[in-house]
Design a protein around this ligand. Structure first.
Ligand code: NAD
Length: 288
């Protein structure tokens, strides 16, 4: 069995080029430029890198990027006021508050204060409810990117058995809802699942979103299955260096899986591209 490495970087580049064309057309036809506002509270170094990348890629596709960095000790009331200001700003079509937030701020309250129509991350309870009931809304970026790659690989997903490992609101649950909408048979596994390896062995599609380095072994994978590795884990190496690995022991799956997303270069690049896609979609919906 030849195992295809799904090139998320190239896929994301293609998607961004397509978004750039649509943005240019929107400007020409409607005189509107989609705008994404990103709010960062505090100075978590990883979050700063994410926010910088998001802003750079937003500008590269021709959208407006508005970045706000608030101090670590910002009160929840002040952050909610900022969100409200952005909700009322006509130039802003997508709003993202970078997570995690400092401990004194309730993340749920902040997420649910974002206008559902501008909820670029797709985390608002209204958008989660729309996804759960099969209605159109803004969908969380990481599972949206995974779905795009799966559809590109398979075409029709109908009848496939998907095992999703992880039940978070950000990845596992929305991934399950998206695959159910594509008529997959969906199993959600989690930390209390009994005999996970046997469960995974029955899957045509495995989505691993756990946060445990190389937990999913090659021997768990059914011959010909497609493996989507969402995990991003930093493993320390000698000399103070580190390397990124996923939740799947990728090298063990070569020759067994028909396709697999590598880490890095698989799911990761698609996440920001889907954030831009959501901002574009929110802008188009606002014109109606
Ligand atoms: P989370 O911690 O919120 O959820 C982890 C899930 O894994 C939980 O539902 C838990 O039940 C399950 N789990 C834990 N131990 C398990 C075990 N032994 N067996 C089976 N299930 C187990 O994490 P998350 O936010 O969903 O993220 C998961 C991973 O994906 C992390 O590595 C994260 O960094 C990564 N991630 C990547 C992207 C991306 O853009 N590529 C985006 C979001 C998250």
């Amino acid at each position: 069995m030849t195992t295809k490495l799904i090139d998320g970087k190239a896929f994301a580049e293609k998607l961004r080029a397509d978004i750039a064309q649509r943005v240019a057309k929107l400007k020409a036809d409607n005189g509107v430029t989609p705008g994404l506002a990103v709010v960062l509270v505090g100075n978590n170094p990883a979050s700063e890198v994410y926010v910088r990348n998001k802003a750079k890629q937003t500008k590269e596709v021709g959208m407006n990027s508005y970045e706000f960095t608030l101090p670590e000790n910002t009160s929840e009331a002040d952050l909610l006021a900022k969100v409200n200001e952005l909700n009322n700003d006509k130039n802003v079509h997508g709003i993202l508050v970078q997570l995690p937030l400092p401990k004194h701020i309730n993340e749920e309250s902040v997420i649910n204060a974002i206008s559902p129509a501008k909820d670029a991350d797709g985390f608002h309870v209204i958008n989660a409810g729309k996804l759960a009931t099969g209605q159109d809304g803004l969908v969380p970026c990481t599972p949206l990117g995974c779905l795009m790659m799966l559809k590109d690989h398979f075409g029709d997903l109908s009848g496939k058995h998907a095992v999703i490992i992880g039940r978070s609101n950000i990845v596992g649950k929305p991934m399950a809802a998206l695959l159910l909408k594509e008529s997959c048979t969906v199993t959600i596994a989690h930390s209390k699942t009994v005999d996970l390896s046997a469960m995974v062995k029955t899957a045509d599609i495995v989505v691993a979103a756990v946060g445990k380095p190389e937990m999913v072994k090659g021997s768990w994978i059914k011959s010909g299955a497609v493996v989507i590795d969402v995990g991003i884990n930093r493993l320390p190496l000698e000399g103070g260096k580190s390397k990124l690995v996923g939740d799947v022991a990728t090298s063990e799956c070569i020759g067994i899986a028909s396709a697999i997303t590598p880490v890095p270069g698989g799911v990761g690049p698609m996440t920001i591209a889907c954030l831009l896609e959501n901002t574009y979609r929110a802008c188009v919906a606002a014109l109606k």
